[in-house]
Design a protein around this ligand. Structure first.
Ligand code: HEM
Length: 425
């Protein structure tokens, strides 16, 4: 295989592997063998039924500086304990309370937009998603810090892209300028997060948000609270996982709508009919089926989390595929969601396409015990933000160059997403 190709265009590389090898592609990189699963049955086995035979790949050592032992990267039994503590922040009743923050944040953002202006919609959605996650989960208003957080997160995410790749091992510990920038960005983020924790310790009990829940949680046996380091890891994880993913999901949806004015018009009609000019509420999410369908189809075509990895902890078999201990499985949603045997005419943006026959053919939020904890949060955010934007604005294609996807830690538009703002009457 050609490592340069894998580095430049990993999604293209994996798609070719799936085209040439089918439901089970075997890829050798140095001494390591990777199996790219493109078959929903085996994916279900790996992520759900035999999940305990696997650990996450890559292991956290390379991303330890960022996520530490937060929910995304920890393993059992710590993962399950932390997941239980964080779960209430994502319960249905809690989510309903976040709806107004989501709508108000969108109104604040679009309040600064001007007719005819071209904006980088990817950047705008980044600012929006960060504002939402900060206010809903940490009750903080990071207005002044938002740009600083956003810039630092971008540096961190770009570096992480290299760290999690097979050659990432070489980068660890190397005093390269990239690595130095990464360190500095991480220090900035750490300072902000420890600041949030300290602030809350000084004034406890102010908010019933995720931060409050984690800080009030007590160990069943020792009665002790969560140490600062664990709190920091969970907050950093939520900041990164809850911001970059939804930001890209929204950006790709705006991109697709700009390419398909007929679908955009249907969405606008639904929004006008259901909401008129009044602000959306949490209950409106269920009343906007076409807007939801647009978001769902966008997550199919451009899944922000485009690949998952698992490593076998012991020999295990997946429908006739025998895996040795240490074998690595890859599930690439960016590949799977466009397989012609799973989705008819997969390159077509069709919000009304029927669901795939096999539930595990569509996995934007993963599956099993490691299913995204923010899935419902993200659905609500996607639908409410899209509807609120569409009430007043139409984002049209700018005559710039073609928009290209770049597969970093998340799938994002490589050079931003220029869109022209048109005010709706
Ligand atoms: C469109 C938006 C989103 C997408 C596409 C997405 C996707 C995913 C995926 C695929 C996983 C599983 C990773 C794996 O199995 O290796 C995951 C896990 C996770 N996501 Fe999301 N996510 C989104 C939004 C969010 C939001 C809004 C939050 C928090 C506010 C969040 C927090 C997390 C956390 C903490 C995990 C780790 C869960 C665990 O292992 O227990 N995500 N996400």
């Amino acid at each position: 295989m050609n490592p340069v190709r894998l580095f430049r265009d990993p999604v293209g590389f994996f798609r070719e592997m799936a085209d040439s090898q089918g439901p089970l592609a075997r890829i050798k990189f140095g001494p390591q063998v990777f199996y790219l699963l493109n078959d929903p049955g085996r994916i279900e086995e790996a992520l759900v039924r035999k999940a305990s035979s696997f650990e996450k790949f890559p292991r956290i050592d390379r991303t330890r500086g960022l996520f530490g032992e937060g929910l995304l990267t920890s393993e059992e039994p710590l993962h399950l304990r932390q997941r239980r503590l964080a779960q209430p922040a994502f319960h249905r009743e809690k989510l309903a309370g976040y709806a107004s923050e989501m709508v108000e944040a969108t109104e604040r953002l679009t309040g600064g937009w001007q007719e005819g202006m071209t904006v980088d919609a990817a950047h705008e959605m980044g600012v929006l998603a960060l504002d939402i996650v900060s206010r809903t989960l940490f009750s903080t208003q990071t207005n002044e810090q938002a740009e600083q957080i956003s810039a630092s997160l971008n540096t961190v995410i770009e570096t992480l892209n290299h760290l999690v790749m097979p050659w990432g091992k070489l980068l660890v510990g190397m005093p390269t300028p990239v690595r130095r920038r990464y360190r500095r960005a991480l220090e900035t983020l750490d300072a902000i997060i420890y600041g949030l924790i300290e602030e809350r310790r000084r004034a406890p009990g102010v908010a019933e948000d995720l931060l409050g829940m984690l800080m009030n949680a007590r160990d069943g046996e020792t009665g002790e609270g969560m140490p600062n380091l664990q709190l920091r890891d969970e907050l950093m994880t939520m900041f990164v996982a809850g911001h970059d993913t939804t930001a890209n999901a929204l950006a790709w949806t705006l991109h697709l709508l700009s390419l398909h004015p007929e679908q955009r018009e249907l969405l606008e009609r639904e929004v006008d009919w259901v909401l008129g000019k009044r602000p959306a509420t949490g209950e409106d999410v269920g009343r906007l089926p076409f807007t939801s369908a647009v978001f769902r189809e966008s997550l199919r075509m451009y899944p922000p989390v485009w690949i998952l990895g698992r490593r076998a902890l012991a020999p295990v078999e997946l429908s006739g595929l025998r895996l040795e201990r240490g074998a690595v499985l890859l599930v690439s949603m960016a590949v799977l969601h466009r397989r012609p045997e799973l989705f008819a005419d997969p390159e077509r943006f069709d919000p009304l396409r029927p669901p795939p026959e096999h539930r595990f053919a569509y996995l934007p939020f993963g599956a099993g015990a490691r299913l995204c904890i923010g899935e419902r949060f993200a659905w609500m955010e996607g639908v409410l933000c899209l509807a609120t934007m569409a009430q007043r604005w139409r984002l049209e294609r700018d005559e710039g160059g073609a928009v290209e996807a770049q597969a970093l830690l998340t799938l994002r538009p490589r050079n931003g997403l220029p869109l022209r703002l048109r005010r709706r009457s």
